[in-house]
Write a protein that binds this ligand. Structure first.
Ligand SMILES: [Zn+2]
Ligand SMILES: [Zn+2]
Length: 313
């Protein structure tokens, strides 16, 4: 399957499928499995992206979608910002859009959610200054009829998008280039989000760092805060500090049970490119809070054994 086949399926076969029984329908299966695996292959150079497609749960949604999440920003369509193929409600075309999670914004802003989404979108655009060629910035038109529908919030949440009109879908090479271009823009925005100009307060261990190092250490911390990855790492490596052997449950009893910090071993200087490996077994270790702070101040940030030999023996 290719992207153009996928878009055709959205525009031609989906409206027909909508009138048929949902459960076990091949179109729903395509959207859930085949299309995401095609996109995964295209993004194979990097395991930071998660691809998820939905045609509904239990019943058809009005319009299907496929989202691509940077796992350091979000792992769901409900929060953060991510790439998504959105179909117009009248099936006259598809947008590839860098868009925002709607659920948490709605919880925070209630009836002002759309205003907040538009404001956030312009803030994101302002941070990078320029959007890719042939893309449009800001709100899009999904032909949503009811202003309370989810789609109306995606119209407001659009940061940077490109429209593919039914009957004029470009060839696969163009579609793939567009996708790569927007993934690249997404990546730069994620990095920018971690920079000193962002609203995150400077922490103790971030003082005196230059802009580049600060961005790197924040990217590193973001990896370590990824709950799925860090929990997998802890399950594999256990709950004793790999450097000093400290065991929280031995010292603190019940409240220290299963407490340890996951530490990502990729050297910080490689984080600048897009190649970050995220294998909880080989790319992570576990450390107590003291050793974790100290290893980040040492020159052995990716080598626990050497840190141990140099500082703890
Ligand atoms: Zn320790
Ligand atoms: Zn760490």
């Amino acid at each position: 399957m290719s992207i153009s086949t996928a878009i055709n399926l959205f525009l031609e076969e989906y409206p027909v499928a909508l009138k048929q029984k949902f459960s076990g329908h091949p179109v729903a299966d395509f959207i859930r499995n085949e299309i995401p695996s095609t996109l995964r292959e295209l993004l194979a150079f990097e395991d930071r992206y998660i691809v998820h497609g939905s045609a509904g749960q239990g019943n058809w949604v009005k319009v299907p979608w496929i989202a691509i999440y940077d796992r350091f920003v979000t792992e769901s369509a409900q929060e953060g910002f991510y790439l998504v193929y959105l179909v117009k409600e009248d099936f006259s075309g598809v947008y590839l859009s860098l868009n925002q999670g709607v659920t948490t914004v709605r919880q925070l802003y209630g009836s002002d959610a759309k205003v907040a989404l538009r404001a956030r979108a312009s803030d994101y655009i302002a941070r990078l200054g320029k959007i890719p060629n042939e893309f449009i910035s800001g709100s899009i038109d999904l032909s949503v009829k009811k202003p309370s529908d989810l789609g109306a919030f995606y119209e407001a949440g659009a940061i940077c998008s490109k429209f593919y009109k039914r009957g004029k879908i470009p060839d696969d090479k163009t579609l793939e280039n567009d996708l790569r271009e927007l993934v690249n823009y997404y990546f730069r925005l994620v990095i920018k989000d971690l920079s000193p100009a962002s609203s995150i307060a400077i922490e103790e261990d971030e003082q005196n760092l230059n802009q580049e190092d600060l961005t790197k250490i924040r990217e590193h911390k973001r990896i370590e805060r990824n709950r799925k990855l860090s929990e997998a790492a802890k399950k594999i490596h256990g709950y004793k500090c790999k450097a000093c052997g400290f065991d929280f449950s031995e010292r603190y009893g019940e409240i220290g049970k299963s407490y340890i910090e996951a530490h990502h071993l990729t050297p910080l200087h490689t984080l600048k490119g897009q190649k970050v490996t995220l294998d909880p077994k080989n790319d992570f270790s576990v450390l107590c809070s003291n050793c974790h702070r100290m290893i980040h101040r040492s020159e052995f940030v990716d080598k626990v054994e050497e840190f141990k030999a140099n500082y703890l023996s």
